[in-house]
Design a protein. Structure first.
Length: 340
């Protein structure tokens, strides 16, 4: 904030023109694990991010590297086409697919954007356009925007000075996913996770850490409202997960997504998650090519994406780590081989 109290932006004049190296670092930071803080983030990532954070009203921060004006809807629907092809291959193996897209922070928390900053009409319409396209493909895509909108107004939907959605939002989306995975459609015995009580932890959000020291201090620390850890139930005879969640740090255990899903469907839920620069395509392959999948395929896979990265296909060099970049055909070939 300025001395007059007017919200300001700390971002480059053309935030969408970041060079590839810088964008990779920012995406890695965006999906860095909350529980470990940012100690594992390279210093060069912090330096790169100092001009790519939007400071909004009420000391809220937004990721400036996710464009609010370029809708990229056509690219997003192409990604859904590839997801649909993948889901068809999974279905042939008897595995259901549910797609979860974490909305832009600016979409769910528009009220704290600074003056003069808003989503373009194309970006505003993009999420509904994606859901409509998914429906036309008979692809199950959760309405995460609606789920998050239903979070108790007394609770944050996204963490004020952090990239991630809140624990309450994570659980709301998990409940929406559960409606696509009704218990009567899932085989196996009961065995849902137990949820601990809510607690508060105080630390700097990851976006705040990208700011210069004086701004970081002015923004202050966030109050992370998360569940206390409850010991997991012992699996009977090593029973494997009925549902596997595959995604990035939005679905990490710290924010409670897999535990909440397990609780609602009353089944064991597994989790495979990676940093944001690995990307959702390689993350799925990490699971499908793993011994865990080979030994005990799940009945359903919940595949999570970030809206701000949704337009990036497997071949998007500069968006993903070099080891994650591949053509669409190469990705599908590896999926086919893993499912054979």
């Amino acid at each position: 904030m300025t001395d007059t109290g007017r919200p300001i932006m700390r971002m480059s004049a053309q935030p969408v023109a970041l060079d590839e190296r810088r964008r990779r670092l920012l995406l890695a930071l965006a999906a860095a694990p909350l529980l470990g803080g940012l100690s594992t983030v390279p210093a060069r990532a912090l330096a790169a991010g100092q001009t790519s954070v939007i400071e909004g009203r009420n000391l809220w921060l937004y990721p400036g590297w996710e464009s609010l004006t370029e809708d990229a809807t056509q690219a997003c629907t192409k990604a859904l086409d590839l997801i649909h092809q993948t889901a068809a291959k999974l279905a042939a193996r008897g595995i259901r697919s549910v797609v979860v897209v974490a909305p832009l922070k600016a979409r769910s928390c528009q009220e704290n954007l600074p003056d003069g900053v808003a989503m373009s009409d194309g970006v505003k319409a993009r999420f509904d356009a994606m859901r409509s396209h998914a429906a036309s493909l008979d692809l199950q895509m959760v309405d995460s925007v609606r789920a998050i909108a239903g979070v108790d107004p007394a609770q944050e939907k996204y963490i004020r000075a952090d990239y991630h959605w809140s624990g309450h939002a994570a659980e709301a989306v998990a409940a929406a996913v559960a409606s696509h995975l009704t218990a009567d459609a899932l085989k196996g015995g009961s065995g849902g996770a137990r949820l601990g009580n809510w607690k508060e932890e105080v630390r700097y959000g990851d976006l705040a850490t990208l700011l210069p020291p004086e701004r970081k201090k002015a923004i202050g620390k966030d109050h992370f409202i998360v569940r206390t850890v409850v010991a997991a139930k012992t699996l009977v005879d090593g029973e494997p997960p009925v549902v596997q969640v595959v995604g990035n740090s939005m679905v990490q255990p710290y924010l409670g997504f897999p535990q909440a899903l397990s609780r609602v469907i009353d089944r064991q839920v597994g989790l495979t998650w990676t940093f944001g620069d690995t990307g959702p395509w390689k993350t799925l392959l990490n699971y499908l090519e793993s011994p865990a999948f080979k030994g005990s395929p799940p009945q359903a896979i919940v595949w999570q994406f970030n809206e701000g990265q949704m337009m990036n296909l497997p071949a998007s060099a500069g968006q993903w780590d070099a080891t994650s970049v591949m053509s669409d055909d190469a990705f599908l070939a590896r999926v086919t081989k893993a499912l054979a």
